[in-house]
Design a protein around this ligand. Structure first.
Ligand code: DUC
Ligand code: ZN
Ligand code: ZN
Length: 467
């Protein structure tokens, strides 16, 4: 007898929508059949609700080392727990390299942070901030061979940024090794210059974070990174794209046939610049980079999802507590914006927000939802078809969604360890009811049934996107 059958499932993949029963045995999907007469140790009736592949969150930060005295408020345990409650069954956080460090060392160190902690499966993206010839020439090829086939580089942040020449060297090596390069595109010199001007005028409140990083800071770097990608003939993937001009620049390059991929995040669909103006330092809760833009800009982000400019929608969960001296208030409630840690939490709310406003709000199809939140990140980061779809032989990572409900998002109901959500008070019309990871029920009826440490590290294959 097999382990589980989910009956009467309205299954959506990135390409299809059909009603069937799903058979699960030994962590895998073993059949998709209409009105199956087979027996199983457990039967769950999905009652014709949507049954989707578990979400794959291609970009989140957990227990990431910092250099400024701040501390992330979520680690692998709390982050993976809240991801599971939000319908995500695979996460991809970042192993950060600071200058002078070996990639091998930082990957090993990050494994010790993750080991036996996660409720769901995970892989890592290394961050390369030291593009020395040893790192690029020896460590990067070894890393790719070991199953870390995707990494991130930065065009900003004092400690992390690579200059154009270093980016060229890194892209050339990535192209040779067939690694996916994720790029944080903001022009560091421009935002530093703007920051100094704002400080000289005494403008250090949270909202001025947004003034230090106007859209052109992002679109200039985007345009330049595309040029560097063309020169080295290496595909690139822009992460957390927010600005309309940057979106147009990416779209133009894609239309010309360049292999340019892009990710956006809920903060650019649901948050806005004015949120950073909130009183009592509350604006700091919304500081992330790039910053939330104006409501008009949100239409361009939706359109970029609709027309395929964006391949992926990730959370970019970058959690810092609002209160206390390790997070947003590292220097009290007058901390100048320059010193406020960047990032917003969002692992648990990513899928309900997009499903509710996107699918139920008729902005995108259910197939597009699955594509950008599960299938494409699995494909781009070399985990497909093990992850990212409902098909025979795939891991049984499955979410049964409740729709026809109304739920107000409240931080007190979420399962991360962060003391706020920027989406407090927003109403969604769906929520994951049952969340299954490799055939094991992790969350059911609002209860955590999964086990810490069940989640395993996933080695990535070379992505088809960088052929
Ligand atoms: N970049 C990220 O990827 N996440 C949070 C903040 C940032 O600058
Ligand atoms: Zn970034
Ligand atoms: Zn990020």
């Amino acid at each position: 007898m097999i382990d589980l059958i989910i009956k009467n499932a309205k299954v959506a993949t990135a390409s299809d929508l059909f009603i069937c029963d799903i058979g699960v045995d030994k962590e895998k999907i073993v059949f998709l059949e209409k009105n199956s007469l087979k027996e199983a140790k457990r039967i769950i009736d999905a009652k014709n609700q949507y049954v989707l592949p578990g979400g794959v969150d291609g970009h989140c930060h957990l227990d990431q080392r910092t250099k400024d005295g701040t501390e992330m408020s979520d680690n692998f345990e709390s982050g993976s727990r809240s991801a599971a409650f939000g319908g995500t069954t695979t996460i991809m956080p970042f192993a950060i390299q600071f200058k002078g460090e070996s990639l091998r060392k930082i990957i090993d160190e990050y494994h010790t942070r993750a080991n036996d902690q996660s409720y769901i499966d995970y892989t890592f993206h290394p961050i390369i901030s030291d593009a020395s010839s040893k790192v690029i020439g020896q460590e990067l090829p070894a890393m790719v061979k070991d199953g870390y086939t995707h990494f991130k580089i930065y065009m900003t942040y004092e400690d992390l940024q690579l200059n154009d020449r270093e980016i060229l060297d890194t892209l050339e090596a990535a192209g040779r090794e067939k690694a996916v390069v994720m790029i944080h595109a903001e022009n560091y010199e421009c935002l530093k210059w703007l920051t100094e001007k704002l400080e000289a005028e005494g403008k250090t409140d949270p909202v001025h974070h947004s003034d230090s990083r106007p859209g052109v800071v992002e679109s200039e770097a985007t345009n330049r990174a595309i040029a560097l990608s063309r020169i080295t003939k290496t595909p690139i993937l822009f992460v957390h794209v927010s600005d309309r001009e940057a979106i147009e620049t990416i779209r133009n390059a894609q239309n010309k046939g360049y292999k340019i991929y892009a990710e956006t995040c809920p903060q650019y669909l649901f948050l806005k610049r004015d949120d950073l103006k909130k009183d009592n330092f509350e604006g700091a809760k919304y500081i992330c980079s790039p910053p939330p833009r104006d409501p008009e800009n949100q239409k361009y982000v939706w359109n970029g999802i609709q027309n395929g400019t964006f391949d992926i929608l990730s959370s970019d969960h970058a959690p810092f507590n609002f209160k206390g001296d390790k997070g947003k208030m590292i220097n009290g409630d007058k901390t100048p914006f320059k010193n406020i840690p960047n990032g917003v939490p969002g692992l648990e709310t990513r899928l309900p927000l997009l499903f509710s406003e996107g699918v139920l709000g008729k902005k995108i199809s259910i197939n597009k939802f699955v594509e950008v939140t599960s299938t494409n990140p699995a494909k781009i980061y070399g985990l497909y078809p093990k992850k990212g779809t409902i098909s025979i032989g795939s891991d049984a990572d499955i979410v049964i969604w409740d729709t026809g409900i109304e739920k107000k998002i409240k931080n007190s109901d979420l399962h991360h360890d962060t003391d706020y959500t920027p989406y407090e008070g927003m109403t969604v019309k769906c929520w994951p009811g049952t969340v299954i990871s490799r055939g094991n029920v992790v969350v059911e009826d609002g209860k955590l049934l999964g086990k810490k440490g069940f989640g395993k590290f996933l080695k990535s294959e070379i992505s088809n996107y960088v052929y």
